[in-house]
Design a protein around this ligand. Sequence first.
Ligand code: GAF
Length: 439
Amino acid sequence: MSAPDVLPAWEPGEGAARARALFTEAFGGEAAGVWSAPGRVNVIGEHTDYNGGLALPIALPHRTFLAVRPREDRTLRLVSSSAHGAAELDLDAVGPVGSPAEVTGWPAYVAGVAWAMEQPGGPAQRRRLPGADIAVVSCVPSGGGLSSSAALECAAAIAWDEIAGLGLIRDAPDGAVSPAEVDAGRAVLAALCVRAENEVAGAPTGGMDQAASLRAHPGRALLLDCRDGAIEHVPFDLAAASLELLVIDTRAKHSHVDGGYGQRRATCEEAVGVLQVRDLREVADDVAAGATLEAVLERLETEEQRKRVRHVVTEIQRVRDLADLLRSGGLTAGGPAARAALAEMAALLDDSHVSMRDDYEISCPELDLAVSAAQSAGAHGARMTGGGFGGSAIAVVDAADAARVRAEIARAFEDAGFARPGFLPAVAASPASRAEESD
Ligand code: GAF
């Protein structure tokens, strides 16, 4: 067997240089600037976002770069280095799914952001955005469950913010972890990107991915309260505990425009109606305060509702538990305390996978194999991550052992006759920003 496919993030400066080169080749002349946004990997808290719950993603070092030059008119010309190709559209002819101005395919993620910004109440409602020529390059695997769509939207959002002088992106004082006045503008842009994805691209997703891409902080996981949008940056430095977060792209493709994601969301909404609660977060909070989950489940009408609710409620608690563990610093305490913390983290990740496989029913053979092969190879916990039905899994491994674990997972995939998986070394990286030549 040849060496496993490791998919590193681009070197500093490489993404911006590639985007500028593609821009010049496609449009001639120079881009006015390059803006970039990361993909994300969720550490824990899956399908909790649209239930008002908690999630704990990190921004990946893998980013999407947009080289942009504003235009005098309202034309949007897009070119991508991937197989997605090129597109040209008119910003005055962009509308929601089902309208005569529906936009299909990947351009919807870029044009949709402009559309959302110009809607009533949006930051560009009065001063409409200029058209633009945009060249897109990315090292976020597409269809890998690592939010390549959110990276595209968020990079477009910060580019338009600066080009049109909307003033939502502000610099943080050096070293400060996302002061409220800086985060507020980013939260507004994240909400606009969600609107673009839901209404123009037609994917009924929650808001975790856009929050991670715009509001994350390096070296921290983003504890996101999806009910009120509050965030906390929780320390997430596995290297300090000689650990590594391995992301395994199973290469089983997924899409949230397909029905499975929307069906899960609809069943949660049904359950909310039956239970007469504001959202499933309310149930999770009641259970955390001492109510019995079984008693709640008995009130539901179908076994499907029971399984989906059990996943969401227990998953929200797992997010709380993992955030507590990370805050406690137990992983780096050394000796028995560190071993206990590691065992607790492993149990939370493993339980999360079982819950998604058996109760939420969003796993697939490739994801299950990635998880079981990682566990057999000695991982300290593994789970599928993201929306499911394909995409990626994560495993926490001893850093010194990462190459062996990758090889064992790759061998298991080969033995099963699956496509070769890709492996992404993941650390908690920076949120969306203007890309300097060194980024
Ligand atoms: C996808 C969605 F886009 C997110 O909003 C979230 O629901 C996730 O699946 C599951 O946790 O990434």
